[in-house]
Design a protein around this ligand. Structure first.
Ligand code: SAM
Ligand code: SF4
Length: 344
């Protein structure tokens, strides 16, 4: 006789929010050096022995799905395509069953480099959705802000995702004052023409130390203002726990062109609806992007802890989830890890 797994109450925090969306960082390494995310050089990599193996990741995701009510897994990094076992991890995750008996949803956030070569394998493994980061269509500007001249490979990745019908292909753009504000309209047109969903993200204080200040951040309102000079924007309802506020884009004659979103994490925080939990590449649970404490699952896992014990530790991590990210609090301190090591 097999005993049914006893699901726990889920990842509920003190404010009644329940996390069902798991972000798994597969590596802290990256083939780009976007200035808002990583320093140009000198960032120490996580030691190799601390990085979870594919089997360890699969086990922790299984615990999250089977015991903690997680139903969607997004793989990120660093650059998740640098992880050789990515397709195998996705395939294993798709063999799991969520509370309603269906496989978990799977998504990938990537810079797109090398995606064209791996898209068939990833799709066959069960990848359902992809978000590709693209901050400029100008090759020189891209090379300057990502500190690597690799725009053609990103565009090839985007085209491959479209050809593989991983729709809707989503594009993430961080807008930076004095760097790529001029790209807002060209990027919008590029994405609308191809049916990609573009989301403009406010830059958050999660990159190199002292690399952010509120006055030079480009607020979502300003981005929307630029878009409104060329399009009519009609707000789309039904945001739920999604970070993105979405708009139907109409041209001057009122014809629908597509959909665009803004992620206003700084100026219009959505912490009250947050349903995220995060697992870093070295096996730490983070209950928030901005958390200053983490819960270590790697050590107990390697010391032989059972599934129930790991699930309870994960649950405990969410009891201390803060009400909000606190960027505006006078005592706000940026987390030790940069975005590349947290997993965005
Ligand atoms: N390397 C992959 C990529 O770039 O899509 C996945 C990891 S990256 C950390 C995930 C997302 O976080 C990207 O869309 C990136 O633009 C965004 N990001 C990184 N640093 C950020 C920051 N300081 N503020 C806002 N978004 C940031
Ligand atoms: Fe790499 Fe993504 Fe960070 Fe850019 S945003 S440096 S691609 S992890």
């Amino acid at each position: 006789m097999t005993l049914a797994i006893q699901p726990l109450a889920g990842l509920r925090d003190a404010y009644g929010r329940v996390a069902r969306d798991l972000r798994v960082s597969l590596t802290d390494r990256c083939n780009l050096r976007c200035s808002y995310c990583m320093p140009a050089e000198g960032l120490a990599w996580l030691p190799g022995r601390t990085i979870l193996t594919d089997d360890e990741i699969i086990r922790l995701v299984r615990i999250a799905v089977e015991r903690l009510g997680v139903d969607t897994i997004r793989f990120t990094g660093g650059e998740p395509l640098l992880r050789p076992g990515l397709a195998g991890i996705i395939a294993a995750v798709r063999r799991l069953a969520t509370a309603d008996g269906t496989p978990p949803g799977t998504a990938l956030t990537t810079n797109g480099i090398g995606l064209d070569a791996r898209i068939d394998e990833l799709r066959a493994a069960g990848l359902q959705r992809v978000n590709i980061s693209l901050d400029s269509l100008d090759r020189q500007r891209y090379a300057a802000l990502a500190r690597r001249d690799r725009l053609p490979e990103v565009l090839a990745g985007l085209a491959a995702a479209e050809a593989a019908e991983l729709r809707p292909v989503k594009v993430n753009t961080v807008v930076m004052r004095g760097v790529n504000e001029d790209d807002v309209l060209p990027l919008a047109e590029f994405c609308l023409e191809r049916g990609y969903e573009l989301r403009f993200i406010e830059q958050m204080p999660l990159g190199p130390r002292h690399g952010w200040d509120r006055s030079s951040m480009v607020p979502a309102e300003e981005v929307l203002g630029r878009l409104q000079q060329h399009y009519r924007l009609v707000p789309l309802p039904g945001r739920g726990a999604a970070p993105s506020e979405d708009w139907q884009v109409l041209d001057g004659d009122g014809r629908p062109r597509g959909r665009i979103g803004v992620i206003a994490s700084v100026t219009r925080p959505f912490c009250g609806a947050c349903d995220r939990t995060r697992l870093t590449a070295d096996g730490q649970v983070r209950n928030c992007l901005f958390a200053r404490t983490e819960t270590d699952l790697r050590t107990p896992l390697r010391d032989g802890a059972g599934d129930l014990e790991l699930a309870e530790l994960w649950q405990g991590a969410h009891l201390t989830k803060a009400r909000g990210h606190g960027i505006d609090d006078p005592g706000f301190e940026q987390p030790e890890r940069t975005m590349s090591s947290i997993g965005g």
